[in-house]
Design a binder for this molecule. Sequence first.
Ligand SMILES: [Mn+2]
Length: 435
Amino acid sequence: MTQIVTTHKNADFDAFASLVAATLIYPEAVAAIPRTVNPNVRAFMSIHKDVFDYVDRWSIETGRVTRLVVVDTADWARLGPIAKLKQRTDLEVLVWDHHTGGDIDAAWKCQESVGATVTLMVRQLKAMRKLITPIQATLFLAGLYEDTGNLTFSSSTAEDAYAAGWLLDRKADLALVSKFLRPAYGEKQKDVLFEMLQKNNRMKINGYSVSISRIPITGHVNNLALVVRMFRDIVNVDAAFGLFVSEEKNGKYKCMVIGRSDNEGLDVGTLMKSMGGGGHPGAGSAMLKGVNPEIAEQMIVDLIQGNQQSSVQISDIMSFPVISVPTDTSMAEVAKILRQQGCTGLPVVDDGMLVGIISRRDFKKIRKEDQLEAPVKAFMSTRVISIEPGNSPIQAAQVMVRHDIGRLPVVEDGRIIGIITRSDAMMYFYDLLPD
Ligand SMILES: [Mn+2]
């Protein structure tokens, strides 16, 4: 066998559905199932054993593979042992994925932000006018519904809904879909939920209401993602995080972080990616090994505080055009402009590039009257603190506080494109406060 299709570890319905769909698109390829598959997918597979053709991944002689089709991920690390194929230079790799990013350098890829990978596969099946069976349609719909929360997650797109319609047209069985997607909520899950509710510590971070619960876990508990979702719905915060901590044999901690967000500004998937995991804006997870749970909690707080991409960027609130002076402007002229504009400092530019800042304080360096005729570049401060337009107002405020400055030039490719003042930042924050 020379062509294989594979997907990520802990395959969910979208992964398994995309895998099966890929074998229709690439009839020569064999579907290789990862060692770990989610329990509900495993249950589905076991009763449809004779319907789908696939092999266990460890049975594949990887040396002979010439083409690898990867679905529902673009990350080598998520593939498990088969990732050793990464070393091969003569291997053709194709990727189908609805997550952004990933380090697989594919010869060809279809990577788009839709609700489920299977939506991209359906697009191709439609284009190829492939016939699919009701059982295949049922599996594909299960994948689509699981990853889009029955088309309610904010990551869902119109195309996901059209794909669902197409699958229903092909006789996808909704009763079966809901049977297999109905998550198990049992005693263990109930205990975890109660503990989360007892420990609920709601806090305000970066304007978002957030709850982070540290819960010790012994052994494996399924469906913790469901528990976190129920918890978020009950306590009604913008985002809820569960840190499920188990102690390993070597005395180290293993910490499973699961997040759910209901606020578009707080992208849990990006956040979890920063912690080595992944997900979507509304849901994500990361596995931290050997990390103290207190530090894991602090990481989440820090990420929400600053590093996550904000929906409002500095470029939205900065002032422009900026009054600046060229380097050869005389100090007398600078003094006049400062007086006229009523500001405490001015950026100094050389052919549009920001090269310095001149402030009222710098005038103290002037000892003799005739120095007022000297160019500004002799007195300006060249240690300029600036910020890039893609940062968030929170980050701008942090920089201003840290350096005790009231005005921050916004610089793109070395050119000054605007300025953000402390009052711009304050206005933004106060506008966000409810009436
Ligand atoms: Mn998926």
